[in-house]
Design a protein around this ligand. Sequence first.
Ligand SMILES: Cc1cc2nc3c(=O)[nH]c(=O)nc-3n(C[C@H](O)[C@H](O)[C@H](O)COP(=O)(O)O)c2cc1C
Length: 252
Amino acid sequence: MISFVCFLSWDFQKGGFIIRVTILCAVLSFILFFSFSCDFLLGDDQELNEQKNEALRISFDLPQKEGDVSVEEALYKRVSSRSFTDKPLSVDTVGQLLWAGQGVNIDGVSGATRTSPSAGATYAIDLYVLAGNMNEVAAGLYKYDTTEHDLIQLASGKLDEELASAALGQGFIAEAPVNIVLAAVYDRTVSRYRERGERYVHMEAAHVAQNISLQAEALDIGSVIVGAFDDEEVASLLQLEAEPLLIIPLGY
Ligand SMILES: Cc1cc2nc3c(=O)[nH]c(=O)nc-3n(C[C@H](O)[C@H](O)[C@H](O)COP(=O)(O)O)c2cc1C
Protein backbone atom coordinates (compact mmCIF):
# COMPACT_ATOMS: atom_id res chain seq x y z
CA MET A 1 0.00 0.00 0.00
CA ILE A 2 2.85 2.36 0.99
CA SER A 3 4.73 1.60 -2.21
CA PHE A 4 1.48 2.11 -4.15
CA VAL A 5 1.10 5.66 -2.64
CA CYS A 6 4.79 6.39 -3.28
CA PHE A 7 4.38 5.15 -6.83
CA LEU A 8 1.44 7.50 -7.47
CA SER A 9 2.93 10.56 -5.71
CA TRP A 10 6.31 10.02 -7.40
CA ASP A 11 4.55 10.04 -10.72
CA PHE A 12 2.40 13.00 -9.72
CA GLN A 13 5.50 15.06 -8.88
CA LYS A 14 7.05 14.22 -12.21
CA GLY A 15 3.82 14.99 -14.06
CA GLY A 16 3.41 11.41 -15.24
CA PHE A 17 0.41 10.71 -13.04
CA ILE A 18 -2.08 10.03 -15.84
CA ILE A 19 0.30 7.74 -17.71
CA ARG A 20 1.05 5.71 -14.58
CA VAL A 21 -2.65 5.44 -13.64
CA THR A 22 -3.34 4.22 -17.18
CA ILE A 23 -0.62 1.56 -16.84
CA LEU A 24 -2.04 0.50 -13.46
CA CYS A 25 -5.55 0.21 -14.92
CA ALA A 26 -4.20 -1.86 -17.80
CA VAL A 27 -2.40 -4.22 -15.42
CA LEU A 28 -5.48 -4.57 -13.19
CA SER A 29 -7.70 -5.22 -16.23
CA PHE A 30 -5.30 -7.89 -17.45
CA ILE A 31 -5.33 -9.61 -14.03
CA LEU A 32 -9.15 -9.51 -13.93
CA PHE A 33 -9.44 -10.77 -17.50
CA PHE A 34 -6.95 -13.58 -16.84
CA SER A 35 -8.72 -14.84 -13.74
CA PHE A 36 -12.11 -14.64 -15.50
CA SER A 37 -10.73 -16.61 -18.48
CA CYS A 38 -9.33 -19.31 -16.20
CA ASP A 39 -12.71 -19.66 -14.49
CA PHE A 40 -14.46 -19.72 -17.86
CA LEU A 41 -12.13 -22.30 -19.38
CA LEU A 42 -11.65 -24.54 -16.35
CA GLY A 43 -14.92 -23.86 -14.53
CA ASP A 44 -16.94 -26.83 -15.84
CA ASP A 45 -14.20 -29.40 -15.32
CA GLN A 46 -13.32 -28.02 -11.92
CA GLU A 47 -16.95 -28.07 -10.90
CA LEU A 48 -17.37 -31.67 -12.11
CA ASN A 49 -14.22 -32.82 -10.34
CA GLU A 50 -15.20 -31.04 -7.15
CA GLN A 51 -18.66 -32.63 -7.30
CA LYS A 52 -17.09 -36.05 -7.89
CA ASN A 53 -14.62 -35.57 -5.04
CA GLU A 54 -17.19 -34.21 -2.63
CA ALA A 55 -19.89 -36.82 -3.37
CA LEU A 56 -20.36 -39.58 -0.84
CA ARG A 57 -18.87 -42.78 -2.27
CA ILE A 58 -19.62 -46.32 -1.17
CA SER A 59 -16.77 -48.66 -1.98
CA PHE A 60 -17.08 -52.39 -2.62
CA ASP A 61 -14.73 -55.29 -2.02
CA LEU A 62 -13.17 -56.68 -5.18
CA PRO A 63 -15.76 -58.78 -7.04
CA GLN A 64 -15.66 -62.57 -6.78
CA LYS A 65 -14.38 -64.25 -9.94
CA GLU A 66 -15.47 -67.73 -8.85
CA GLY A 67 -18.67 -69.05 -7.31
CA ASP A 68 -20.43 -72.20 -6.18
CA VAL A 69 -23.09 -72.19 -8.92
CA SER A 70 -22.27 -73.07 -12.52
CA VAL A 71 -23.53 -71.00 -15.44
CA GLU A 72 -25.65 -73.99 -16.47
CA GLU A 73 -27.28 -74.21 -13.03
CA ALA A 74 -27.99 -70.47 -12.96
CA LEU A 75 -29.53 -70.69 -16.44
CA TYR A 76 -31.65 -73.67 -15.44
CA LYS A 77 -32.92 -72.09 -12.21
CA ARG A 78 -33.45 -68.53 -13.48
CA VAL A 79 -37.04 -67.42 -13.08
CA SER A 80 -38.70 -64.04 -12.48
CA SER A 81 -39.37 -63.20 -8.80
CA ARG A 82 -41.97 -60.62 -7.87
CA SER A 83 -42.10 -61.06 -4.14
CA PHE A 84 -39.37 -60.07 -1.70
CA THR A 85 -38.73 -60.38 2.04
CA ASP A 86 -37.44 -57.67 4.39
CA LYS A 87 -33.93 -59.10 4.30
CA PRO A 88 -31.50 -56.39 3.20
CA LEU A 89 -28.87 -56.81 0.49
CA SER A 90 -25.28 -56.43 1.61
CA VAL A 91 -23.03 -53.79 0.08
CA ASP A 92 -20.74 -56.37 -1.51
CA THR A 93 -23.65 -58.35 -2.95
CA VAL A 94 -24.82 -55.20 -4.72
CA GLY A 95 -21.24 -54.60 -5.87
CA GLN A 96 -21.11 -58.13 -7.27
CA LEU A 97 -24.41 -57.63 -9.17
CA LEU A 98 -23.21 -54.31 -10.64
CA TRP A 99 -19.87 -55.84 -11.63
CA ALA A 100 -21.74 -58.66 -13.38
CA GLY A 101 -23.64 -56.03 -15.36
CA GLN A 102 -20.97 -53.49 -16.25
CA GLY A 103 -17.83 -54.25 -14.27
CA VAL A 104 -14.38 -53.67 -15.63
CA ASN A 105 -12.93 -57.01 -16.52
CA ILE A 106 -9.56 -58.15 -17.79
CA ASP A 107 -7.50 -56.13 -20.28
CA GLY A 108 -8.74 -56.83 -23.81
CA VAL A 109 -6.89 -56.30 -27.08
CA SER A 110 -7.86 -52.63 -27.22
CA GLY A 111 -7.75 -51.89 -23.50
CA ALA A 112 -9.81 -52.77 -20.46
CA THR A 113 -12.99 -54.62 -21.30
CA ARG A 114 -16.18 -55.24 -19.32
CA THR A 115 -18.33 -58.15 -18.19
CA SER A 116 -20.91 -57.26 -20.90
CA PRO A 117 -20.12 -56.75 -24.58
CA SER A 118 -20.74 -53.38 -26.20
CA ALA A 119 -20.91 -52.33 -29.87
CA GLY A 120 -17.53 -50.77 -30.61
CA ALA A 121 -16.88 -50.68 -26.84
CA THR A 122 -19.00 -47.51 -26.68
CA TYR A 123 -20.70 -48.61 -23.42
CA ALA A 124 -23.98 -46.75 -23.63
CA ILE A 125 -25.53 -48.25 -20.50
CA ASP A 126 -25.13 -46.61 -17.10
CA LEU A 127 -26.30 -48.35 -13.94
CA TYR A 128 -28.19 -46.54 -11.17
CA VAL A 129 -29.02 -48.09 -7.82
CA LEU A 130 -32.10 -47.22 -5.85
CA ALA A 131 -31.22 -48.48 -2.39
CA GLY A 132 -34.20 -48.99 -0.09
CA ASN A 133 -32.82 -51.60 2.27
CA MET A 134 -29.09 -52.17 1.99
CA ASN A 135 -26.82 -53.02 4.91
CA GLU A 136 -24.77 -50.02 6.07
CA VAL A 137 -25.91 -47.87 3.15
CA ALA A 138 -28.43 -45.06 3.57
CA ALA A 139 -31.55 -45.25 1.43
CA GLY A 140 -31.05 -43.18 -1.69
CA LEU A 141 -30.07 -43.02 -5.31
CA TYR A 142 -26.56 -43.98 -6.38
CA LYS A 143 -24.66 -44.35 -9.65
CA TYR A 144 -22.21 -47.15 -10.35
CA ASP A 145 -18.72 -45.95 -11.22
CA THR A 146 -17.35 -48.80 -13.32
CA THR A 147 -13.71 -47.75 -13.19
CA GLU A 148 -13.59 -47.25 -9.42
CA HIS A 149 -16.03 -50.12 -8.76
CA ASP A 150 -17.95 -48.04 -6.25
CA LEU A 151 -21.19 -46.10 -5.85
CA ILE A 152 -21.57 -42.34 -6.01
CA GLN A 153 -24.49 -40.97 -4.03
CA LEU A 154 -26.78 -38.74 -6.09
CA ALA A 155 -29.69 -38.29 -3.68
CA SER A 156 -30.73 -39.49 -0.26
CA GLY A 157 -34.07 -40.80 0.97
CA LYS A 158 -36.46 -43.53 -0.07
CA LEU A 159 -37.88 -43.25 -3.58
CA ASP A 160 -39.08 -46.81 -4.18
CA GLU A 161 -42.81 -46.09 -3.72
CA GLU A 162 -42.52 -43.33 -6.33
CA LEU A 163 -40.59 -45.63 -8.65
CA ALA A 164 -43.27 -48.32 -8.29
CA SER A 165 -45.95 -45.79 -9.10
CA ALA A 166 -43.99 -44.58 -12.17
CA ALA A 167 -43.86 -48.25 -13.21
CA LEU A 168 -47.64 -48.49 -13.53
CA GLY A 169 -48.07 -49.39 -9.87
CA GLN A 170 -46.00 -52.60 -9.92
CA GLY A 171 -45.84 -52.86 -6.12
CA PHE A 172 -43.00 -55.40 -5.92
CA ILE A 173 -40.61 -52.61 -6.99
CA ALA A 174 -41.23 -50.88 -3.65
CA GLU A 175 -40.90 -54.23 -1.83
CA ALA A 176 -37.47 -54.98 -3.29
CA PRO A 177 -34.58 -53.84 -1.08
CA VAL A 178 -32.69 -52.69 -4.16
CA ASN A 179 -33.63 -51.70 -7.70
CA ILE A 180 -31.00 -51.39 -10.41
CA VAL A 181 -32.00 -49.05 -13.23
CA LEU A 182 -30.37 -49.45 -16.64
CA ALA A 183 -30.23 -46.11 -18.44
CA ALA A 184 -28.92 -45.44 -21.93
CA VAL A 185 -26.76 -42.59 -23.15
CA TYR A 186 -27.62 -43.18 -26.83
CA ASP A 187 -25.19 -40.65 -28.20
CA ARG A 188 -22.15 -42.70 -27.17
CA THR A 189 -23.17 -45.38 -29.68
CA VAL A 190 -25.31 -43.44 -32.16
CA SER A 191 -22.53 -40.92 -32.80
CA ARG A 192 -20.46 -43.81 -34.18
CA TYR A 193 -23.10 -46.08 -35.79
CA ARG A 194 -25.83 -43.53 -36.63
CA GLU A 195 -29.39 -44.96 -36.65
CA ARG A 196 -28.15 -48.55 -36.29
CA GLY A 197 -26.58 -47.49 -33.00
CA GLU A 198 -30.02 -47.35 -31.37
CA ARG A 199 -30.50 -51.09 -31.98
CA TYR A 200 -27.08 -51.75 -30.53
CA VAL A 201 -27.91 -49.83 -27.36
CA HIS A 202 -31.03 -51.96 -26.79
CA MET A 203 -29.08 -55.15 -27.42
CA GLU A 204 -26.43 -53.97 -25.00
CA ALA A 205 -29.05 -53.31 -22.31
CA ALA A 206 -30.33 -56.88 -22.73
CA HIS A 207 -26.81 -58.28 -22.27
CA VAL A 208 -26.31 -56.23 -19.12
CA ALA A 209 -29.71 -57.27 -17.74
CA GLN A 210 -29.11 -60.95 -18.43
CA ASN A 211 -25.73 -60.84 -16.70
CA ILE A 212 -27.31 -59.26 -13.62
CA SER A 213 -30.17 -61.81 -13.63
CA LEU A 214 -27.79 -64.77 -13.86
CA GLN A 215 -25.48 -63.36 -11.18
CA ALA A 216 -28.54 -62.83 -8.96
CA GLU A 217 -29.63 -66.41 -9.53
CA ALA A 218 -26.13 -67.69 -8.67
CA LEU A 219 -26.30 -65.73 -5.39
CA ASP A 220 -29.81 -67.03 -4.67
CA ILE A 221 -31.30 -63.57 -5.06
CA GLY A 222 -34.64 -63.05 -6.75
CA SER A 223 -34.96 -60.65 -9.66
CA VAL A 224 -37.28 -59.62 -12.46
CA ILE A 225 -36.84 -57.47 -15.54
CA VAL A 226 -39.26 -54.52 -15.66
CA GLY A 227 -39.78 -52.68 -18.93
CA ALA A 228 -43.27 -51.31 -18.29
CA PHE A 229 -42.93 -47.79 -16.89
CA ASP A 230 -43.45 -44.18 -17.80
CA ASP A 231 -40.07 -43.11 -19.25
CA GLU A 232 -40.43 -39.44 -18.42
CA GLU A 233 -41.67 -40.05 -14.88
CA VAL A 234 -38.77 -42.38 -14.10
CA ALA A 235 -36.21 -40.06 -15.71
CA SER A 236 -37.51 -37.07 -13.79
CA LEU A 237 -37.84 -38.97 -10.48
CA LEU A 238 -34.23 -40.15 -10.69
CA GLN A 239 -33.04 -36.90 -12.34
CA LEU A 240 -31.44 -38.95 -15.09
CA GLU A 241 -29.65 -37.37 -18.01
CA ALA A 242 -29.72 -40.83 -19.62
CA GLU A 243 -32.89 -42.60 -20.80
CA PRO A 244 -34.18 -45.36 -18.51
CA LEU A 245 -34.62 -48.69 -20.33
CA LEU A 246 -35.07 -51.34 -17.66
CA ILE A 247 -35.59 -51.62 -13.92
CA ILE A 248 -34.39 -54.74 -12.10
CA PRO A 249 -35.86 -55.20 -8.61
CA LEU A 250 -33.65 -57.52 -6.52
CA GLY A 251 -34.06 -59.18 -3.15
CA TYR A 252 -34.51 -62.40 -1.15
C1 LIG B 1 -37.97 -56.62 -21.95
C2 LIG B 1 -38.77 -57.22 -20.83
C3 LIG B 1 -39.66 -56.44 -20.15
C4 LIG B 1 -40.37 -56.98 -19.06
N1 LIG B 1 -41.20 -56.17 -18.35
C5 LIG B 1 -41.84 -56.67 -17.26
C6 LIG B 1 -42.64 -55.83 -16.45
O1 LIG B 1 -42.78 -54.64 -16.67
N2 LIG B 1 -43.23 -56.39 -15.37
C7 LIG B 1 -43.08 -57.72 -15.03
O2 LIG B 1 -43.64 -58.15 -14.03
N3 LIG B 1 -42.33 -58.53 -15.79
C8 LIG B 1 -41.68 -58.04 -16.90
N4 LIG B 1 -40.87 -58.85 -17.63
C9 LIG B 1 -40.65 -60.24 -17.20
C10 LIG B 1 -41.49 -61.21 -18.05
O3 LIG B 1 -42.85 -61.07 -17.75
C11 LIG B 1 -41.02 -62.64 -17.75
O4 LIG B 1 -39.67 -62.78 -18.09
C12 LIG B 1 -41.85 -63.65 -18.52
O5 LIG B 1 -43.15 -63.71 -18.01
C13 LIG B 1 -41.25 -65.06 -18.45
O6 LIG B 1 -41.15 -65.49 -17.12
P1 LIG B 1 -39.76 -65.94 -16.46
O7 LIG B 1 -38.83 -64.75 -16.51
O8 LIG B 1 -40.09 -66.31 -15.06
O9 LIG B 1 -39.23 -67.05 -17.24
C14 LIG B 1 -40.18 -58.34 -18.71
C15 LIG B 1 -39.25 -59.11 -19.41
C16 LIG B 1 -38.55 -58.56 -20.45
C17 LIG B 1 -37.52 -59.42 -21.16
